[in-house]
Ligand binder design. Structure first.
Ligand code: OKP
Ligand code: ZN
Length: 345
């Protein structure tokens, strides 16, 4: 399968994040993409540099002020103090209920809080460049589906599915899956489905399409009552307005076995088949893996081949977009198993 891969991913390499009050090395690391690239090449897949500019589609997914903030965030941070080149910015204050988010503060940290859902998404000098290359890959992949490809893989990082119209969060900055879905709509697909199989609910993607019937969002994930992102992803979120009935959440209890996960996948596939999508976007998180350090599902390497085979049965042109998966050394094998399972069928 043709894969879009950019070395720009490595420019996003913050040093630490907070975990249980301590500074720990980032789970979402450049090594993840290195392992995926290595496994793709070892198994004979073709890597291509993204060749599309996602800017017009980004403007349909994210707000102008969020994009402007993100693009300039590092230079604004540096302008405060030259010593900031060695410091990661984190938000410390957020406009929760009763506080205003319509007025953009001048203070950098206050703006960072306005545009963040958590303190778990560290920025560094190359964050914008890496995230932009990911969005470019998503649009490039859609172009290839238009040219007749059946499946295309975007081996991108940082991930995107927690990012909403005007906020970052959960290691995500630009919503690559939403960019792919929107680009497919622009390219003439009347109906698109987004299937999110990451362990964590794709709150950003859900929110971007919640009131729309043209893009169906279906997600399998750890129950948000105990799992990140906590504040979205419940089964009673079915869509709003014209989008009523076009959002399907299938939360599973933490610790669920693989058989329960595949049962939920059947429910997801039945809903997508009923949608009659012209194209499918898969938010391919691989943190459902038994060895994942921050998640509690139990899928094994062979289960990812089975996932790819099942998705191929939907018989719809498909863009796979890499999301999470933090057992870095196994990420390549698991990702390529999905891709090859899809091609096998
Ligand atoms: C991103 B994706 C460490 C806790 C974990 C949130 C998890 C983000 C997962 N501070 N932080 O969906 O794989
Ligand atoms: Zn995840």
């Amino acid at each position: 399968m043709i894969t879009f891969f950019s070395e720009q991913h490595a420019l996003h390499a913050p040093e630490f994040e907070f975990f249980r009050g301590e500074r720990v090395p980032c789970f979402e690391s450049p090594a993840r993409a290195v392992f995926v690239r290595q496994q793709l090449l070892a198994r004979g897949h073709t890597l291509r540099e993204p060749d599309a500019d996602s800017r017009p589609v980004l403007a349909q997914v994210h707000t102008p002020r969020y994009l402007a903030f993100l693009e300039r965030a590092w230079s604004d941070w540096m302008a405060l103090d030259p010593a900031n080149c060695a410091r990661q910015p984190f938000p410390s204050v957020w406009p929760v209920r009763t506080l205003r988010s319509d007025v953009e503060p001048l203070n950098f940290t206050a703006r960072l809080g306005l545009y963040s859902m958590d303190n778990g998404s560290p920025l560094c000098a190359g964050t914008w460049a890496a995230a932009k290359a990911g969005a470019d890959a998503a649009v490039s992949a859609v172009g290839l589906l238009g040219a007749g490809e059946r499946g295309v893989f975007c081996a991108t990082r940082p991930p995107g599915h927690h990012a909403g119209a005007d906020f970052m969060g959960g290691y995500c900055f630009l919503n690559n899956a939403a960019v792919a879905a929107q680009a497919l709509r622009q390219q003439g697909c009347d109906r698109v489905a987004v299937l999110d199989v990451d362990y964590h609910h794709g709150n950003g993607t859900q929110s971007l399409f919640y009131d729309r019937s043209d893009v169906l969002f279906v997600s399998l994930h750890g129950d948000p009552r105990t799992e990140y992102p906590f504040y979205l992803g419940h089964a009673d979120e079915t869509g709003a307005g014209a989008g009523e009935g076009f959002n399907l959440n299938l939360p599973l209890p933490a610790g669920s076995p693989a058989c329960a996960w595949f049962d939920a996948l059947e429910v997801a596939c039945a809903r997508m088949a009923r949608h009659g999508a012209d194209a499918l976007v898969v938010s391919l998180g691989l943190d459902t893996f038994a060895g994942d350090p921050i998640s509690t599902f139990a899928l094994k390497a062979d289960d990812y081949s089975r996932l790819g085979q099942r998705l191929a049965k939907l018989a719809v042109p498909t863009v796979f977009v890499l999301e999470g998966g933090y057992a870095a050394a196994e990420l390549g094998v698991n990702a390529v198993n999905v891709i090859e399972g899809f091609e096998q069928d």
